[in-house]
Design a protein around this ligand. Structure first.
Ligand SMILES: [Fe+2]
Length: 280
């Protein structure tokens, strides 16, 4: 049975803390500044990945009772699997880098954190603005499926059909975007643990706000002191490409990106216009 959250006010959604404690704390501070209570925050998973502070990041989210859907990183780390479960091709840059950060994460999580990961729901139903929304990690059918802004419309429509809802909120791919497809939507708030390959150190989250006759979806960029987690990664001898990325906003490998997203490398993202989604 999937948990159901039924809310009246704004909901803040975010993905991929990735063991980046400073960014996670900055996100919680921002929510507090905006007056959004902790029980109106939802994380799309991958609490632990590339960065240096996996245990402290898990603890921070747990202490604040933040709702989290299971990501592939939680599924793999929680079950003691040997890799992150992204299915990277052997020998590719993503594969080689993931071997290093995954081993660090696995070695720095206690049994209680791993048990918490195993118990996370794979899907959270969110009822707001007279809409039935579904929060998942990758796609509805597969926890580690990469869904991007350029993913073909029939693929998105089929996944939304599977969820039987008005809109899906997903994570995993690391990039923020919103697509409206035949009166329903796919929304990815992006991630807070790593920049969006746009050449800036900004990280991303979203606020969904019930409005008269519908829902407003607003992407937000968050700026925080990225030098702190970058230095912690270097101290732990984690992959330099991801430590550098925290500061320069450029992913060390583009293996997973479709051509459309690769072409946007280094271009500062502008998602300042709200998306208004009408309730039918
Ligand atoms: Fe993921």
């Amino acid at each position: 049975m999937s948990p159901i959250k039924s809310v009246d006010g704004p909901v803040l959604v975010f993905g991929g803390p990735y063991g980046n404690l400073a960014a996670t704390q900055a996100l919680l501070n921002e929510a507090s500044r905006l007056g959004i209570p902790d029980d109106h925050l939802i994380c799309t998973g991958d609490v632990v990945a590339y960065c240096a502070e996996p245990q402290a990041t898990v603890t921070l989210l747990r202490e604040n009772n933040i709702a989290v859907v299971m990501g592939n990183c939680e599924e793999q780390l929680g079950s003691g699997a040997e890799d992150c479960g992204c299915g990277f091709e052997e020998g590719t840059a993503c594969d080689l880098l993931s071997i290093q950060w995954y081993a660090h994460a696995a070695a720095h999580l206690d049994d209680d954190a791993k048990a918490w990961m195993c118990a996370l729901p794979r899907l959270i139903k969110l009822e707001m603005a007279e809409l039935e929304l579904v929060v998942i990690h990758g796609s509805v059918s597969e926890i580690a499926q990469f869904v991007f802004a350029s993913t073909p419309e029939p693929v998105l429509a089929r996944e939304i059909d599977l969820a039987q809802c008005d809109g899906v909120i997903g994570g995993h791919c690391g990039l923020p975007f919103t697509r409206v497809i035949e009166g329903r939507f796919w929304h990815n708030p992006g991630v807070i643990g790593m920049p969006a390959n746009d050449g800036t150190p900004r990280v991303w989250y979203s606020i969904l706000t019930p409005r008269e006759g519908g829902l407003e979806i607003q992407h937000h960029a968050l700026t925080y002191d990225a030098a702190v987690p970058a230095q912690k990664m270097r101290n732990e001898e984690l992959p330099a490409g991801y430590a550098d990325c925290l500061e320069n906003g450029l992913w060390p490998s583009l293996d997973v990106l479709p051509e459309a997203e690769k072409a946007l490398t280094g271009q500062a993202i502008d998602l300042s216009s709200p998306i208004n989604f009408a309730t039918n």
